[in-house]
Design a protein around this ligand. Sequence first.
Ligand SMILES: Nc1nc2c(ncn2[C@@H]2O[C@H](COP(=O)(O)OP(=O)(O)OP(=O)(O)O)[C@@H](O)[C@H]2O)c(=O)[nH]1
Ligand SMILES: [Mg+2]
Length: 674
Amino acid sequence: MGAESIRNVALVGPNGSGKTTLLESMLFVTGAIGRKGRIGEGNMVGDSSAEARARQMSTEVSAASLQHEGVRYNLLDCPGSVEFIHEMRCAVIGCDAAIVVVEPALERMIALAPVLQFLDQHEIPHLVFINKMDRSEVRYRDLLDALRKLSSRPIIPHQYAIGRGQDLVGYIDLVSEQAFAYRDGAPSDQIPLPEEYRERETAARTEMLETLADFDDDLMEKLLEEEEPTEEEIVRELRKTLGADQVVPVFMGVAEQDKGVRRLIQALAREAPDPALHAEALDLDMRGPALAQVLKTYYQPHAGKLSLVRIWRGRIRDGMTLSEMRVGGLYRLFGSQTQPLEAAEAGDIVALARMEDAHTGGLLFEGEAPEDVALPSVEPAKPMFAFAISATNRSDEVKLSAALAKLIDEDPALKLEHDAELQQTLLWGQGELHLRVALDRLKNKYNIGIEVKPPRTPYRETIRRGTEAHGRHKKQTGGHGQFADVKIRIRPLARGEGFDFENKIVGGAVPRQFIPAVEAGAREYLRKGPLGFPVVDVGVTLFDGQFHTVDSNELSFKLAVGLALKEGLPKCGPVLLEPILAVTISVPSDYTSRTLQLVNQKRGQILGYDSKPGWPGWDEIKANIPQGEMHDLIISLRSLSQGTGFFDWEFDHLQEVPDRLQQSVLDQAREAAE
Ligand SMILES: Nc1nc2c(ncn2[C@@H]2O[C@H](COP(=O)(O)OP(=O)(O)OP(=O)(O)O)[C@@H](O)[C@H]2O)c(=O)[nH]1
Ligand SMILES: [Mg+2]
């Protein structure tokens, strides 16, 4: 099959908008499945995993392929929750178009922003499918207006709704100007265009044509001369502008009842770009050897590792070598089922088995690594939430690290961090749901139970004033003794300076060869100060001491300076320091004031806020927030912003813990240590 008859399409959009239902419907109306499964019963093509079933939501990308009227459709059903947004991003870049499935609810529209933003950034052609029109309580034109506010590309209605909610009749196709009434279980019937819709139809169609004409001089001329373009011409314009990601056509329907789905598939065939156009846009030289990119990695109980790939160029055969790995099976995916293939061509999306060193986002190539190809890539996901994890059964610890490696291979938005100082293993992700799903997957697939705790905070301590201190180490054991004596000045340093050592010995009171031992001893001692935390921003000056020609040695001097610090530090007003993060929070502006309140509750210091560049209707808030308050920030943020908010962060500085909190932090730290 040639590349011109393939459509690689991602189903994206906010959570719960009906993407998985739409996939099921597309498979059903084209005869790829005989009957439809139901959400939560595990018999749908998408959402077959135990984690997805348990939550009645998609938790990873599902792929399914269908063939209809000479066109192959590779459909990637992406999870809608922002917690799985990385899955969506990695899959979408390998598709040639996306269907943005939305609900007909104005207050839900803002959740589209992260999706549209990503599609725009990568110039991925997309159309909108307004689903659940059987439930719509909003006028169609208001929905279109809401979409216009969010989209950086012009929104053009391709269909116009006749009725809404319970009174939904059907739609007007604005290209052919024909009206259709939906029928249960069958293609819709053409009906006369209802007179009361005539005016709206004409206005919407004129707007569509004028928008298209902005991209085509010939069409503009025609419109100026009041000449009607033919249906064929309009479709050609739609195809051209959609393919160039210049416009966003809008369709509608009821996926659950297969309404509007046949028409959507037809539009994909007629108007959506084919793989060759995408390759051309990427300036890819199609004459080179086989080249593929991994869009998603699965570990299946029987097939083992499966890499879902977009073949950008060339032909991939079962058994051939790609990136020094033998292709150990070539499949078309149909949800959790695999259909073996012998070969697949450029433009297709297929799964390769046993590519052990392949990773999501990575390239697989025949022969030498390709130079000067610029394929789309996705930035690593910035983690926002962590649990400290450990295996419930200690005996599972070894099994756990192997299982976690596979888990992260499947879901690169997960990150593992071993923190030696705090003796904790952190699993990082996009939010609590993301991590809970990951832990369920560990349980379901690898039978490993996990205990979770909130992560501990790396507190530090410092001093507020200086002092002088004296330490003498003296021991008489059998023959040789041990002896060292030091006098030091301890002084506070500016925040961020760490540790400083000065040697002010004159006249050899401490012989030169022991000076490094004094410094090393001080550093060692400061690993745990009087409050129980590493001491920072402290200077130590050695200004006097004594030694013994026989009994003095390095160890004695190390111990002596430790004794001096032990005596001196408590007199220096020790104080607890906490890490402060620089956080940039993004939320729809409706939620800005509540987010500012949240930052205050978290002892944050607001540095400022402004509209978020490139995100119409969103704000960006900059704040400094103590790390100890960050653990559940994303949970609170999501719950006040309809699940839309997110943030970026980095360590900024250490700051004194307010006096009123010192004691509770110390108590908690002591508890955690026990
Ligand atoms: N009334 C109505 N409900 C629908 C329609 N399509 C889907 N639903 C319901 O909406 C809910 C969510 O459907 P899904 O298909 O799982 O939505 P999704 O977009 O795949 O959800 P995520 O993958 O979790 O983002 C389910 O309860 C569906 O039965 C529709 O056309 N009309
Ligand atoms: Mg879904």
